[in-house]
Design a protein around this ligand. Sequence first.
Ligand SMILES: [Zn+2]
Length: 250
Amino acid sequence: METFTVEAVVLRTDDFGDANRVVTLFTKEFGKLEANAYGCRRARSPLSGATQMFNHISAEIVHGSKVDTIREADILNFYDGLTKNLERLAYASFFFEIVNRMTFPRQKEIETFRLLKKSLPALNNRNPKIAALIGACQFMETSGVQLNFSRCVRCGTEIFGDAAISLLDGGALCMNCVDAANDARPYPEALRKTFETMLGFDWRDETKLFFNSKQILAAENFFVDYVQFVLGSALKSVQFIKSLKSLPNK
Ligand SMILES: [Zn+2]
């Protein structure tokens, strides 16, 4: 049987049977792929540590006729802040769920792999909501989704000042084109500048992340609406985030 080695970020895990797990990896080599990790939920399994969500790993995979199987896996980096803090966990899950649901298996997307890898230290240490929104913003521009934040999706004109944005059209609309769209909503200049700052954000930049909280909320609402519109169903992580906001002392 064919065996291959991948460098990957663990995008999602689903338990099945007594001790097994389906692990969704976003690999550098092949894009997204699923592989079964048998026995990995037993404490003594050599796979138990590596096959946790948000880990950056290298894995040896056996290609089977029906399913692929993880034979060995080593942790390259892990981020324990994500499992110790519910807000971090919720926003990291939000970003990872967007990537998981908006990508197709076995389509190599090296930019998406790099983005996931670069975002993890920020999700682990910095403002997790802002880090997740920057991740979503950069993913939408670099992946096949290609949302247009700065130019009119209908005529290509660069947007100045306040304009409109459409989920159906997938991006900004200039004031000449706004009447042609069926679902135009306001797109204030401040929100466009927020998206543009997020798009240009360099993950190695360690200066404090500063965004206006009103624009962060608008950006969050936009991504939630956009993803749910494209997918036609709700994101589980959004429910998780809402449940945290309704907790006392929050
Ligand atoms: Zn236009």
